[in-house]
Design a protein around this ligand. Structure first.
Ligand SMILES: Cc1cc2nc3c(=O)[nH]c(=O)nc-3n(C[C@H](O)[C@H](O)[C@H](O)COP(=O)(O)OP(=O)(O)OC[C@H]3O[C@@H](n4cnc5c(N)ncnc54)[C@H](O)[C@@H]3O)c2cc1C
Length: 559
């Protein structure tokens, strides 16, 4: 189990002796979606891969549906590492995932592709930030398709007019719409909107691990393993194929020599001891907050010509949940109904005067379960809330936010964490455009819910950093980005960053499918590099995984 309140380890003065004489082919830090997808082609090619994960396995049983299983109360959303945030005048503490499988164990399962134009630099969004994708949609499309297969996504292809071309169909068909989803879809159509099916990484194939249609996806680990997250779906297979996973092990410092990472120092929380590991290639997939923290704490930014960008341009989307409060409980609110999404406002809408241009997606979400509300609120308030909750189907709005240099994760040299590292500090403030985009989507969502019969709407902004992105971004220009197009950290030959940190812009959709597809793309490049014994700044065209799966990877074409 996770060691939480043990005696703090002493800071490392110098590297402890190698605790493992193996020189791995690759070491991956983080067992979330990005770590698992990066590791896939390497493990399939027979390379020795070590995955370092600071958390433990989340037990999979019916207790996960209890309030204590929710992200707000579970110990698997870290008590070990918190981030102090400064947001305008307010300061708060942010917790992050700390478990095998990462945040996706608690995620909502909505897996959407960026639209083709999301890979172009829209001046209205990127401003003078220099954010610029070094790859286009067509480069990522094969990996999107393979990732959808790996996550066994249920969806409907070509369901909305903004959907980009795809080379493969979704592997599963979507669950039929619940009555409340049908009601919202019908109401939206009367407003000339185009509801489409939200693609979900959920197992509907039948059997003991199939979705039972409860409403505990977002913020809960699935009690039956029906969510196709890394812990349920990706890691068991990787472990069978030869991956070595060290849980309860915190990566603390990289050591470098001659333009290469030589060693990774870790703290083993299960045995309370320091350890060092060596490999030919190192990949950081610790999430967009922990990854820059680790790189900055190791001083690696000083070795990179674009090192001043490390930790900066933090994005998180500008999100809110709009709950429609219906006079009579709509049919089906007690069953699974996170099913619809709306792209009508994605690239702007004639009814929206400000901001002009891109806004984002609107999608269904469940209200919080009454048990959790009772556990979190004082009793008179919770009684009132529990009576209203079944009357409140919700829509979440995800507005694209701007990459701003001032929004960053940095080091607070005034205090150290229990591993001797300077504490991470998040500085973040939304731009006026971010807030306007959210307001425009909130009014659109409220209109849909009122047309469906809501008497009024209750809006709750989302304050978390669950969609953190962009803090070690890719780019072609070494002076404005820290990673090249292959995900390699400039200045070090054998270090890659493979999580959402690498993404130069946030687009207006949930990030997991894109960060996973990119991790797979980088993993395939690294596999080919190790196989060839050379490195190259050019992305390799070796579709290793595709050939394993017998899939043709080529240009995307509409179905
Ligand atoms: C409640 C919630 C709902 C969400 N819903 C959706 C959704 O519906 N759709 C969507 O696309 N996205 C969603 N997200 C976001 C999504 O979960 C993340 O984008 C995704 O999981 C990120 O994966 P990752 O592998 O890059 O990072 P993470 O999942 O953060 O994984 C990083 C891993 O690295 C480990 N780690 C960190 N530091 C260290 C260290 N120093 N040493 C060792 N290990 C370390 C962590 O413990 C963690 O396991 C949601 C997030 C939350 C919190």
């Amino acid at each position: 189990m996770i060691l939480r309140d043990g005696a703090p380890p002493r800071p490392v003065a110098g590297p402890p002796p190698p605790s493992d004489s193996t020189v791995y082919d690759a070491i991956v830090i983080g067992s979330g979606l990005s770590g698992a997808m990066f590791a896939r082609p390497l493990v399939d090619a027979g390379f020795r891969v070590l995955m370092i994960e600071r958390g433990d396995w989340v037990p999979q049983d019916l207790r996960n549906r209890e309030p204590a299983g929710s992200l707000e109360l579970t110990p698997f959303f870290s008590a070990d590492q918190t981030y102090r945030t400064v947001n305008g005048r307010r300061a708060a503490l942010v917790r992050s995932s700390s478990c095998v499988g990462g945040a996706a164990v608690f995620f909502g399962g909505a897996v959407l592709r960026y639209r083709e134009a999301d890979f172009d630099s829209d001046p209205e969004i990127v401003g003078d930030s220099g954010a610029c994708w070094p790859i286009g949609y067509e480069d990522l499309e094969p990996y999107y398709s393979l990732t959808e297969q790996a996550l066994d996504v249920a969806g409907v292809s070509r369901a909305d007019p903004t959907e980009p071309p795809r080379s493969m169909r979704y592997p599963q068909v979507a669950r039929p719409l619940s009555p409340v989803s049908q009601r919202i879809a019908a109401a939206a159509r009367t407003l000339s909107l185009h509801p489409s099916i939200l693609p979900l990484a959920i197992n509907y194939r039948g059997g003991p691990r199939s979705c039972v249609g409860c409403d505990r996806c977002d913020t809960y680990a699935c009690a039956v393993g029906a969510k196709n997250d890394p812990a349920s779906r990706l890691l068991p297979d990787l472990l069978r194929s030869g991956l070595t996973l060290k849980t309860n092990t915190v990566a603390v410092r990289f050591d470098t020599r001659g333009g290469e990472v030589t060693e990774l120092t870790c703290y083993d929380r299960a045995c309370n001891r320091w350890a060092t590991y060596r490999a030919r290639i190192f990949a950081v997939a610790a999430g967009s907050l922990a990854t820059p923290h680790l790189l900055l704490a190791s001083g690696l930014d000083r070795l990179n010509p674009g090192g001043h960008t490390v930790g900066r341009y933090l994005m998180r989307h500008c999100n809110a949940v709009v709950f429609g409060v219906f006079p009579r409980r709509p049919n089906g609110t007690g069953e699974f109904h996170k099913q619809l999404c709306f792209f009508d406002y994605y690239f702007g809408h004639p009814s929206v005067a400000r901001p002009r241009g891109k806004l984002g997606v609107i999608q269904q979400i469940h209200p919080p379960p009454p048990g959790l509300v009772r556990a979190m609120l004082p009793s008179p308030l919770s009684r009132l809330a529990c009576a209203v909750i079944p009357h409140m189907p919700g829509l979440v709005v995800i507005a694209e936010d701007q990459p701003q240099a001032e929004n960053r994760i940095t080091l607070d040299h005034g205090s150290v964490d229990r591993y001797g590292l300077p504490q991470p500090l998040i500085i973040h403030r939304y731009s006026p455009r971010d807030l306007e985009a959210r307001r425009a989507l909130v009014s659109a969502a409220s209109r849909i819910l009122r047309r469906a019969g809501a008497a009024f709407c209750y809006v709750r902004p989302i304050e978390t950093f669950s969609h953190a992105l962009g803090t070690v971004r890719m780019g072609d220009d070494p002076t404005t980005s820290a990673l090249d197009a292959t995900g390699r950290f400039r200045g070090l030959e054998n270090l890659y960053v493979v999580d959402g940190s690498a993404m130069p812009t946030s687009a207006g959709v949930n990030p997991s499918l894109t960060l996973s597809a990119n991790a797979l793309r980088v993993g395939e490049h690294v596999t080919a590099t190790l196989q060839a014994g050379v490195d190259s700044e050019q992305p390799t065209g070796s579709p290793y995984l595709a050939s394993v799966l017998g899939l043709r990877v080529g240009h995307a074409h509409p179905q």
